[in-house]
Design a binder for this molecule. Sequence first.
Ligand SMILES: CC(C)(COP(=O)(O)OP(=O)(O)OC[C@H]1O[C@@H](n2cnc3c(N)ncnc32)[C@H](O)[C@@H]1OP(=O)(O)O)[C@@H](O)C(=O)NCCC(=O)NCCS
Length: 174
Amino acid sequence: MAEAVSSKPVADSQAERSEIIFPNDANALGNLFGGRLMQFIDLVGAIAACRHAKAITVTASMDHLDFVAPVHVGELLILRASVNRAFKTSMEVGVKAMVEDMIGTGGTRHVASAYLTYVAMDMMGKKIDVPQVVPETDHQKRRFDDAAKRREMRTGEVLRKKELRAAMGNIWNV
Ligand SMILES: CC(C)(COP(=O)(O)OP(=O)(O)OC[C@H]1O[C@@H](n2cnc3c(N)ncnc32)[C@H](O)[C@@H]1OP(=O)(O)O)[C@@H](O)C(=O)NCCC(=O)NCCS
């Protein structure tokens, strides 16, 4: 069995995915559905998380999701994901989605961003510890610091919801 790694640089797990947008992914205005974009974001984020953890990961949450600009049919969508910070069994991954003007200037425009939390699991579905992240560049260090602040907000919210669910019981079991 391979020896567990205790820390890894961000660059080791960064992921990129490209998609041409087809009409079956669009609404009547010819713009990409938000839900489909969320799926692309989740998939690329999961690749970065799995690479970092060297394990199966599940999505615990997606937050700070901003749809900045529409994506049109025929455009090239590029999604980039990096693990911003690892905690115990969870990791925050940042995903940025851009559209590239591939037959024109080659320039890009920012269309969406999100932060996702993934939890690493073994093959039995048991949570496992993940390696820590080693931020190297100034950008990575800023995201690493900000991830701790976002986790604080998230944890408060998760606890409040858990308490609410416990207090209400499972309303679907009535
Ligand atoms: C996410 C999940 C594994 C958390 O399980 P849990 O038993 O509540 O776990 P814990 O409270 O012990 O938390 C485990 C870790 O997840 C984090 N976490 C839990 N819920 C979270 C949430 N909603 N958002 C962000 N992080 C969360 C905790 O902070 C903790 O992180 P740490 O180990 O790095 O400190 C569990 O709720 C689950 O399996 N959910 C379904 C996942 C899934 O199917 N995703 C696909 C979407 S359909």
